[in-house]
Design a protein around this ligand. Sequence first.
Ligand SMILES: *[C@@H]1O[C@H](CO)[C@@H](O)[C@H](O)[C@H]1NC(C)=O
Ligand SMILES: *[C@@H]1O[C@H](CO)[C@@H](O)[C@H](O)[C@H]1NC(C)=O
Ligand SMILES: *[C@@H]1O[C@H](CO)[C@@H](O)[C@H](O)[C@H]1NC(C)=O
Length: 639
Amino acid sequence: LFYTVVTGPSGILEMVLVAPINMYVWFTLLAGLAFLPAIVKTLFPYLFHDCVYILRAICFGLRIEIYKRKTPFYSMVDGFGDAVRKNPHKTLIHFEGKTYSYLDVDRESNKVANALRKVAGLKEGDTVAVFLGNEPAFAWTWLGLAKLGCVAALLNFNIRSKSLLHCFSCCGAKVLIACEELCGAVEEILPALKEKSVSVYIINNDSSTEDIKGIRQAITQASDDPLPRSLRANVNVRSTALYIYTSGTTGLPKAAMVTQERLWAASFFQGLCGVTSEDVFYINLPLYHSAGFLIGFTGCIERGNSFVLRRKFSASQFWDDCRKYNITVILSFVIIYATITIIIQRNNDRDHKVRLAIGNGVREEVWNEFLSRFGNIYVMELYGATEGNVVFLNYTSKVGAVGRDNILQKHIFPHALIKFDIEKEEPLRNAAGFCVPVTPGEPGLLVARITTKYPFVGYAGNKQLTEKKRLRDVFEKGDLYFNSGDLLRIDHENFVYFHDRVGDTFRWKGENVATTEVSGILSMVDCIEEANVYGVTVKGHEGRIGMAAITLKEGRVFDCVNTCSVVTDYLPVYARPRFIRIQVRFTGTFKMKKVKLVEEGFNPAIIQDPLYFLDLTVKKYIPFTQENYNSVISGEIKL
Ligand SMILES: *[C@@H]1O[C@H](CO)[C@@H](O)[C@H](O)[C@H]1NC(C)=O
Ligand SMILES: *[C@@H]1O[C@H](CO)[C@@H](O)[C@H](O)[C@H]1NC(C)=O
Ligand SMILES: *[C@@H]1O[C@H](CO)[C@@H](O)[C@H](O)[C@H]1NC(C)=O
């Protein structure tokens, strides 16, 4: 017996082998073993989830390492090629009643690449601005560009004029590819583009004017032969693959650089969440954002599954689409767009196959209500910025948490929550000049150490902004951290919660709005002297809606028509200030604090200043009455 004990493979087995001496002990131990899982579950309720997640994360980490070591580098396009060979006739995209298989998309992207090579002379390393709507052409245009080794800058199709020009110039693109619907927006900035000798191509139109060339015919006639790999021979793991624009804390949109490595890492999210090749993914968010493009589109390529693409989010079509296409995975960001009350009430709420929702930023109450209505959907909340170097994923489906901090997480993304001075809007420093970690459960600013493995590549063409996101001498002299700009909270069970975003940004309809950008536009209005822009909460809505406190120039009255036309011409819908309060001209040092303005919101009963509301039906700002206020609160006036 003792001999057996020594060779027993595990502690438990050894004890069992000793036990037979006494039947009673045998019994107790067996019973104990039977209860072991229950005991473990009570003591470590998330052990199983932690293990599954850590294992998956390790697998994906290894894959990136393997891809890196392959020569030539195995990029996302190579991954797509393999997906095509494996399952050529599987549907990749469902769009407006049509389906496109992996092979269809592959051939189409070859045509685009061959045509662009010939017509525009594109070659490896060129940056191309992509200004397309949510349509299948987005997919094959990007793939085509990637096959040529080009870098794509994904322009937000809601932006216009100054912002559009800014996005275009900061990535240094010499070519712009647009779709016909966005031709008008391109024409507005055409003189400026011409000055920079930028070539403009319209992908789905032939009747070419002199400065905008249609290339539909060129694409139709181009060969669909695969492109030789030598065309992108120099692409490696550190090459920039994409620019994705984010409105961070201040100013105009910033072009976050997405490297080839980051592209792979982001595409692994679906896998980390347990999505399989059998799943059908729903992309009803813009492809120019990380959620739609990285998690959705490239994630589907990595998994080899299908996705349903929509031009525009539609709350009323949401569940119909889910039923029609047997959608199993959704982006939970959509809940931000459509609070549950808007997703139309029906009695077949639970008649759908959606099993998983991936995303972030949804309030706990909203989720609970959502789940109680639409049934058992596993929620995977994640936290991460396109440009950031730290990511959390709530893989245990704990409602309200954006993620979970575990040993692996602490090891691969060294990070900390530090005390933050809200008044001064900067991290608190102790007498020695170093930052102070918060106590568990207390909200703090998330900072993540910048390492060669997890770098912060920064923003294209903006050294100053990149530097602003870097925080030095955090815990010791000379160390370097990424300043996320977000206040998070980590509880005693290691769940991570989103608390607030610092600085001059608010979120509305799932988009970040930079207040300085909006005040810049408002200051273009003739009568306005100064504008203070902020977001206010509205009962029953996620995020904050735009509001501005303005002062008028000496002797001027508020021009409610002109203000409306400037705002609608230059700002996307989500960024427009829906409420404007007119303040008396500030004298000397008196200037109302934003905190106070936000607190007062848009209730005419509280605010003494004249209050206006943007009414698009009459194309002007109209006085906002208590009656209007009640209609907004009751949901009668849609925001
Ligand atoms: C192509 O675009 C031009 C504007 O650039 C427009 O005038 C024309 O109608 C479009 N052609 C077609 C076939 O729609
Ligand atoms: C959805 O699933 C049903 C039954 O499983 C099947 O009959 C139908 O064809 C599927 N629809 C699509 C679009 O795949
Ligand atoms: C995290 O995931 C768990 C399990 O799905 C879920 O119950 C919980 O609500 C999630 N937390 C958040 C903040 O969404």
